[in-house]
Structure formats: C-alpha cells, structure tokens
Design a binder for this molecule. Structure first.
Ligand code: ABF
Length: 256
C-alpha cells in the first residue's frame, strides 16, 4: 500500500478539536469526490458510510451528479438511499460496480479490514467484492497494527441452526489465541431473556474476541469458511483499493 496524500484538514482550523462524527464526515465527503456521473455505486452501511450516502443524495439533488445508480449493502442503507431519491439496483442487474464507499471497524497497515460490527458484513462483502474500486472511509481510531488488534469483536455470520455448535467450533479453531466466541444479542428482551441479533439475511452473528494475534489471516479466513454452519466472516482481506483516514492532523489517502 502506498501513501498517496497527506493534507491538513481544510475544513476546520487545527486548533478546533473535531468530534469523531465530524472526522467520519470529512472522510466520507472526501470519498464522494471519487464519484462521477453515470457510475454504479456500492453504498455502504454504518455511521461513516451514512454521511457518504447523504452527500451523494445531495449532489444528485443539486444536479452536480447525474445518472448514478446505487447498490445498497443493507436494508437500512436501502431505506436511506430511497428517502434521498437515489436510483437503486442490485447485483443481479449490475454484477460489476464501478465504486463502493464504506466504513470499517479495523484497518491494518496492509489495508486489510474487519467489518461487520454493524451486522451487514455478508451483503457488504458481496457488493464490495463486485466493485472495481473499493474506498474505505474511517476516522483514525479504526487504525490497528494487526487485525484483531483493537481487542474488539471479529464478527462471523452463522446460520441459526445449532449456532452453539458452530460457535464452539469457531472457538476451538482459535484456542491458541485465547478465543472467546459470543452470540451477538439485540436490545429486545422476551421474558427478560436476551434475543439474538438477526442479520438482514435471517442469520445470527457470533463475535470472536482474541487475546493474541491470530497470525496468517488467509489461513484464518479459510479455516473459518470451511466450517459448514458459517455463512461469512468480517475479515475483508486484500479488498480495499483506497483507504481514507480522517484524523486531527488532516486526511490521509492510501492507495493499493
Ligand atoms: C460498516 O459499518 C461495517 O462494516 C462496520 O461494521 C461499520 C463501521 O461503522 P461506523 O462507520 O459506524 O463506525 O461499514
């Protein structure tokens, strides 16, 4: 990965402390500068991608962008894009997309990502895997020295059928890394009992937590995907073509 550009944030004087959401918006707006009229776009999910979708809607409304088609990565983004009047399509009609813009939970030094803490990893991986260019937008808190390095969850989407069995097999795969596997729950409780978080595809998510570096990411990815109850995992390896990072000192753009 080559660092292409570092510029001081032009949107505010350096003495002003920006909120995390303002940094996300700066990264998102920068990414939308890559969008051209006539493009078919993968529309990401999450609070950072939400700013990019808003901005695309605004530019379309102002007539500064024309004939853009969006392919949303979640039901939530679908709703957002509809409300903004962005014309929508899907992978069946547009199997090759020009550009996707989406956030991430972790970005390592090689531009590998963890995604899916927002729960949309499967559709994100399908859509972003079909794009010629995939621009990742993050604030600097998402940068990690290695995948799993934030100590936060690495999500795995699993089928609900015997999810405990799958969770146990996932945990066993990474026993040497002190792996803990937890079913993600939603805020709704029935008879005081926590309920599983259900993805847009009707599946569950098992979040993996590691005490140690999981080592070779390709090997880890392959072994997770070999388990029959697994649908997809949140490691996006070698997929990002550009990473835009907004930090207190400015915006950095890294290209593959
Ligand atoms: C999506 O949103 C996900 O892949 C990732 O889990 C999340 C990042 O969230 P946010 O932009 O709200 O920090 O891109």
């Amino acid at each position: 990965a080559e660092k292409m550009e570092t510029s001081l944030a032009s949107l505010s004087p350096p003495s002003v402390i920006l909120t995390q959401d303002e940094l996300k918006k700066i990264a998102a707006y920068k990414a939308v500068e890559f969008v051209e009229s006539g493009m078919v776009l993968g529309l990401g999910t999450g609070s950072t991608a939400c700013h990019a979708v808003d901005r695309i809607g605004e530019l379309l409304r102002q007539g500064k962008l024309k004939n853009v088609i969006g392919v949303p990565t979640s039901k939530k983004t679908h709703e957002q894009a509809l409300s903004l009047g962005i014309p929508l399509s899907d992978l069946d009609s547009h199997p090759v997309l020009d550009l996707a813009i989406d956030g991430a939970d972790e970005v390592d030094t090689e531009m590998n990502l963890v995604k899916g803490r927002g729960g949309s990893l499967l559709r994100e991986k399908m859509v972003e895997g079909a794009c010629k260019k995939f621009v990742v937008i993050v604030d600097e808190s998402k940068l990690v020295p290695y995948i799993g390095g934030s100590g936060l969850a690495m999500p795995v989407e699993v089928v609900p059928f015997c999810w405990k069995f799958t969770a146990k097999r996932l945990k066993d795969l990474f026993e040497d890394c002190g792996c803990v596997a937890k079913l993600r729950t939603c805020c709704e409780k029935i008879n005081k009992k926590e309920q599983p978080f259900v993805t847009d595809n009707g599946n569950y998510i098992v979040d993996l937590y590691f005490k140690k570096d999981i080592g070779d990411l390709k090997i880890a990815s392959d072994s997770i995907l070999r388990l029959a109850g697994v649908v997809e995992h949140g490691m996006f390896l070698d997929m990002a073509t550009t990473v835009i990072v907004a930090g207190e000192l400015g915006v950095t753009i890294k290209n593959k």
